[in-house]
Design a protein around this ligand. Structure first.
Ligand SMILES: Cc1cc2nc3c(=O)[nH]c(=O)nc-3n(C[C@H](O)[C@H](O)[C@H](O)COP(=O)(O)OP(=O)(O)OC[C@H]3O[C@@H](n4cnc5c(N)ncnc54)[C@H](O)[C@@H]3O)c2cc1C
Length: 518
């Protein structure tokens, strides 16, 4: 049901059980972006690190910096004293913020500001047992209401440590609050690497795997495919361990879990020996060349991203990330299928400064400083934006791209940039790449919700015959029935969720509408 001025059911937050959203929904989606003290704001934005510096000055404090968004100094001191007195779980954290909690992009104000922060497995268990309903918040980078709660949030941000590195088994085990930005340099310093990363390292590992977050590369599965074991606290506070080796189907169902099964507290990831990469960017490839040589282009480097604004029949930028080792090297000729090699670092949105982007121009560097497009410590992407992304089976890729291109006149005025990436098939039940290699068509929109809300159904209508699936963490309007028809393992996932959460403690409006409605 569409409510004028608010989000459609598949992306809205508000009342549960199919009731209309609360009247304040329309205002809430127009909320201003949260200040992000952990990122330097560039590209014409202010650099807002003043309060963060105050946090760092206090010795010994383990303070959740993402949640200092709106605290003034006095509030912080009050909160800090309370945390020192009772560092277990601090409901004060929620009360202390003046503004409402919102997601990273600021397009969604969450439905409660009751946020609790746990720093050990015991604290997680205690809290889960006590609450009737809750959601875990990762780093808040989803654009829809998948992480939203009307009741309680649990943050595992203080649980951000490396648990074990096993060089023999080629695995690393981490606490679930850790981000890729924290893990990767550490891993590299020990001589190891992950197989791939998303466009940004700022996101939590648990939050990323829960939505099947992906990078690019036709031989690379999404980030969840690196998971080899999980520790989860279920609705009754029980601790379960699932591993790829031991638990077969249950494990494959749990990894892309959309936050529905319980609280992930520990994640084990496959690792490989560290490697260096070079990144090259090319400009202005004619669309006809892309159409003619799509497969060759996709296979020309370890990771390939095509950026376009759908104007002038061209791919505006081609980002090629190549491993510096035998068999992977990309031959950086001055021309690449009609595109010209760039002569300076570029941002995917040409008019923005490349300062927040990873190094290009073929300069070799560690894998974790080349696989993402954006550097840790800087604002990724554009900041004030909305995102949508659709996965299509690899064999439908060119047809899907051309279908979107036909909508260029409607899309372009509201778009910042689109990105096209390839991802390998996997066997994770709710992965959009379940048993099929995919190509994704991504849209970074201007933050104009009324316009984007009108455009999504147009794009989805064009892509539906091509079996498109939306990104779980981005905006979409695809009806639940359609989702159910394209995820053949959804009934099994519902059964698995009910096993660990029989009364829906971890369910919210997003899950109720898109997964548990039948
Ligand atoms: C600028 C930007 C760039 C992006 N680039 C990419 C990209 O390149 N590729 C891509 O695929 N996506 C991309 N995304 C989307 C993003 O990766 C996903 O939305 C991801 O899920 C965000 O992780 P998070 O920790 O912020 O999740 P949140 O939004 O905090 O949570 C997401 C889900 O995970 C659950 N969750 C989080 N932690 C736990 C836990 N410990 N236990 C159980 N459930 C948990 C939450 O309950 C929720 O359901 C991008 C987003 C932004 C803002």
């Amino acid at each position: 049901m569409l409510v004028p001025g608010s989000l459609p059911q598949s992306v809205i937050f508000g009342a549960e059980d199919g009731h209309s959203p609360s009247p304040s929904s329309a205002q809430r989606i127009q909320a201003h972006p949260a200040d992000r003290p952990d990122e330097k704001r560039r590209n014409g934005c202010t650099i807002g690190r003043a309060f963060e510096a105050k946090v760092e000055e206090i010795p010994g404090a383990k303070v959740d910096r993402a949640w200092t968004i709106a605290m003034n100094k006095r509030t912080f001191i009050r909160l800090f004293s309370a945390m020192m007195a009772s560092p277990v779980i601090s409901p004060l954290l929620a009360r202390a913020t003046k503004d409402k909690l919102s997601n990273w992009a600021g397009n969604l104000e969450y439905s409660t500001d009751r946020l609790y922060s746990a720093s050990s497995l015991e604290e997680v268990r205690k809290y889960v047992k006590k609450q009737h309903k809750l959601k875990v918040l990762g780093t808040r980078h989803c654009f829809n209401n998948i992480a939203d709660s009307t009741d309680n949030f649990l943050s595992l941000k203080p649980m951000d440590e490396l648990v074990a590195l096993d060089p023999e088994a080629h695995t690393v085990t981490v606490h679930a609050g850790m981000t890729y930005g924290q893990l990767c340099p550490l891993l590299h310093s020990k001589g190891f690497a992950l197989h791939n990363l998303a466009s940004l390292p700022h996101i939590s590992i648990a939050g990323a795997i829960s939505t099947a977050t992906h990078g690019s590369g036709e031989k690379n599965g999404n980030l969840a495919t690196a998971v080899s074991a999980l520790e989860i606290v279920t609705a009754v506070g029980e601790v379960i361990k699932l591993s790829r080796q031991r638990d077969g189907e249950a494990f494959l169902g749990a990894v892309v879990g959309l936050g529905a099964l319980g609280v992930i507290t520990v994640v084990t990831l496959d690792i490989q020996p560290s490697f260096l990469m070079r990144q090259y960017v090319y400009e202005n490839m004619p669309l006809a060349e892309m159409k003619e040589h799509f497969d060759t282009i996709q296979s020309s480097a370890y990771s390939v991203s095509l950026f376009t604004d759908w104007q002038n029949q061209r791919i505006s930028e081609i980002w090629l990330k190549s491993r510096v080792e035998e068999g992977h090297a990309f031959d950086a000729t001055p021309e690449f299928f009609g595109a010209q090699r760039a002569t300076k670092n570029l941002h995917p949105i040409a008019e923005l400064s490349a300062e927040n982007c990873t190094e290009q121009m073929g300069v070799p560097g560690p894998w974790y400083e080349r696989l993402p497009h954006f550097r840790m410590g800087f604002t990724p992407s554009a900041g004030k934006e909305l995102q949508t992304e659709y996965f299509v089976p690899r064999q439908n890729a060119v047809e899907a791209i051309l279908a979107v291109e036909r909508l260029r006149d409607q899309i372009s005025p509201h778009l910042m940039i689109s990105e096209i990436r390839a991802i390998a098939a996997d066997n994770l039940w709710l992965s959009p790449c379940y048993e099929q290699p995919c190509v994704t068509i991504h849209f970074t929109w201007k933050q104009d919700w009324p316009a984007v809300k009108m455009l999504m159904p147009l794009i989805e209508k064009e892509l539906a015959p091509l079996k498109a699936r939306p990104h779980w963490g981005k905006l979409f309007t695809m009806p639940p029935a359609e989702l159910h028809s394209i995820y053949k393992k959804l009934p099994d996932f519902i059964q698995l969720s009910k096993k660990y959460d029989p009364h829906g403690k971890f369910r919210n409006e997003f899950l109720g509408t898109n997964i548990f409605s039948s």
